[in-house]
Design a protein around this ligand. Structure first.
Ligand SMILES: [Zn+2]
Length: 179
């Protein structure tokens, strides 16, 4: 396993002071904080998973991360790699777009996109655009689409939900409206 989750991961806010000084992509190895060898170099590799926001992201295979060739430790921090934040955000957005398109295609088999838009109060054509990869959906919308796609009968439940007044469960019935 080479991916190194969390700890010194993107807990740091972007914009931490560490601006790069030395040139990038050259071959001088730096010291590994894990094994102490001078064997850390920018390394690209496929199949690295990284926990970012609410998603386990597969990092782009060509993303060069400072990696120890001895112990495989990966320095995943904004300090060691200032462009990491942007790369993660790009990957995250691409993941949202990809997942939305997949879920919309799945739901389209049981419900027309227009009907879905009405039920979810989305503007006309929005799902079509998302399905085509235009626009970045929110993670909340993707979550909802995923849940509905897994259990499409719940679309009916949603319609009923919005058709009826919501049951008032507040404070033990202490106050009634319009007393
Ligand atoms: Zn090492």
């Amino acid at each position: 396993m080479d991916s190194h989750e969390s700890d010194e991961g993107p807990v740091l806010p972007a914009g931490a002071p560490g601006t790069i000084s030395a040139g990038r992509g050259q071959s001088r190895a730096s010291k590994c904080p894990c094994c102490g060898r001078h064997a850390v170099r920018p390394t690209a590799q496929a199949g690295r998973i990284y926990g970012y926001r609410n998603v386990a992201l597969t990092l782009p295979p060509d993303l060069q991360l400072p990696t120890c060739s001895r112990c495989k430790h990966v320095l995943l921090s904004f300090e060691s790699m200032p462009e990491l934040a942007a790369a993660l955000e790009r990957t995250y957005r691409a993941e949202l777009i990809r997942r939305a398109a997949t879920e919309i295609a799945r739901l389209s088999q049981v419900c027309s996109q227009r009907k879905l838009e009405v039920i979810l109060d989305l503007s006309q054509g929005y799902l079509c655009r998302l399905r085509a990869g235009n626009g970045v959906p929110s993670a909340s919308l993707v979550s909802l689409l995923a849940l509905l796609g897994a259990e499409p009968v719940r679309l009916e439940e949603l319609k009923r939900y919005w058709a009826l007044p919501v049951a008032n469960q507040s404070r033990a019935g202490s106050r009634r409206v319009g007393a």
